[in-house]
Design a protein around this ligand. Structure first.
Ligand code: PLP
Length: 395
């Protein structure tokens, strides 16, 4: 018998071709809004000039970039000169963290064990190369940070860098960035927040929040992949991150991704126009999904605050399921039924490596976990199809 036949014990092969394809992995990436594609098209075709060229073609591209910068800045209530376009949020996080440490000669960084790897691995690398000492803030059992402990750490290590995310991509917890910003101000510290899962999902007012760096990534709110941005507060200056060109006011060399920048700004604009409707729609759906999952698998538990609609990001539900013979292959079983969900954060190798967030909160937990993440395009029929399949798998 071929060696892989033993896998058949763990797979429930569907009787027929899956009826639907359902995408509930929107925290990993979202589909492109057709209006965004339309806004980008002219910059692939007629308006292809290099924005650094002084002729009319170049000026058209330059003006599109500056218009996009203005749009994004206005929606965040800041000035366009504070926005730098990057290739991704990961690049923007690196730029902020490495730049702050270098320019402000920072020796201590406070963060948490449940940050995205874009932050955590960057900090661990700086720690391993002995550039910084790294301190992790205590977490409450529900995954929220312990604010009293953060204050204690800030008293011990003033003038440090604090890197704490706004919304967690796996468990949907939301940190109070106003409160953290105030604590950082009181202790003369720099505050960077990974806002990838909240930008375009909930409003952020940079005028009223004491924050030095936030980041965004277009593909998380129905924009194109490969384009992000860094917001930098006016009180902080960091050295250029990529050498070899004067683009982005000498901050990041390299010919700008004009189509991406135009798409980012259009997606951001649409996200703001539709923000309230999308939030209402997803809050109702999240409540519905939670209720239906509990009915389908009564021993299910929800991770972080994701089981509480009022306390967590409205697009994310993270659930742990009982151990059964199909537990290890749960994602695969859903996949062969046409359902795309995730076991944690999207992993670039495609391999399942467990979740550092769930491990940090609950230790090594054998139970399989699934992150369901919705978007404005999610429908009730899709949720019903997913719940029906989960009920079958656990019956
Ligand atoms: N931070 C968080 C919270 C994320 O969810 C992601 C993407 O999964 C990133 C950072 C990285 O974003 P990008 O894909 O733009 O590098």
């Amino acid at each position: 018998m071929p060696p892989f036949y033993f896998l058949l014990n763990y797979i429930r092969i569907p009787n027929s071709i899956p009826l639907m394809r359902v995408y509930l992995d929107n925290a990993a990436t979202t589909s492109l809004d057709p209006r965004v594609l339309e806004s980008m098209m002219p910059f692939f075709t007629q308006q292809f000039g290099n924005p650094s060229s002084i002729h009319a073609y170049g000026r058209e591209s330059r003006s599109a970039i500056e218009k996009a910068r203005k749009t994004i800045a206005a929606l965040l209530n800041t000035s366009p000169s504070q926005i730098v376009f990057t290739s991704s949020a990961t690049e923007a996080e690196n730029m902020a963290i490495v730049g702050a440490i270098t320019s402000a000669n920072i020796k201590h960084v406070i963060s948490s064990k449940i940050e995205h790897h874009a932050v955590l691995h960057t900090l661990e690398h700086l720690h391993a190369s002995q550039k910084i000492a790294l301190h992790f803030v205590d977490l409450e059992p529900d995954g929220n940070i312990n604010y009293a402990h953060l204050e204690k750490l800030l008293e011990k290590y003033p003038q440090c860098l604090v890197s704490l995310m706004h919304g967690n991509n796996e468990i949907g917890n939301i940190n109070d960035i106003e409160a953290i910003g105030q604590l950082c101000k009181d202790h003369q510290s720099v505050f960077h927040s990974d806002t990838v899962q909240t930008i375009g999902h909930i409003p952020i007012n940079l005028k009223t929040t004491n924050i030095d760096f936030i980041v965004g990534s277009a593909h998380k709110f129905h924009g194109p992949k490969g384009i992000g941005f860094l917001y930098m507060g006016e009180n902080i200056r960091i050295p250029s991150f990529i050498q070899g060109g004067a683009q982005e006011r000498n901050m990041r060399g390299g010919t700008e991704n004009v189509t991406g920048i135009v798409g980012l700004s259009k997606a951001f604009e649409i996200a703001y126009q539709e923000m309230q409707d999308t939030e209402n729609h997803l809050r109702q759906f999240k409540k519905y999904l939670l209720d239906q999952l509990i009915k389908a698998v009564p021993s299910i538990t929800f991770n972080g605050t994701s089981g509480d609609v009022s306390k967590s990001l409205h697009h994310i539900v993270s659930a742990s399921f009982p151990i059964t013979d199909i537990a290890d292959m749960l994602l695969f079983n859903l996949d062969i039924n046409g359902i795309a969900v995730s076991g944690g954060s999207a992993c670039n190798s495609g391999a399942s490596i467990g979740s550092h967030v769930l491990n940090a909160l609950y230790g090594e937990d054998e139970r399989p976990a699934i992150r369901f993440s919705m978007s404005k395009y999610t429908t009730k029929d899709e949720l019903n199809y997913v719940v029906k399949n989960i009920r079958t798998l656990f019956s």
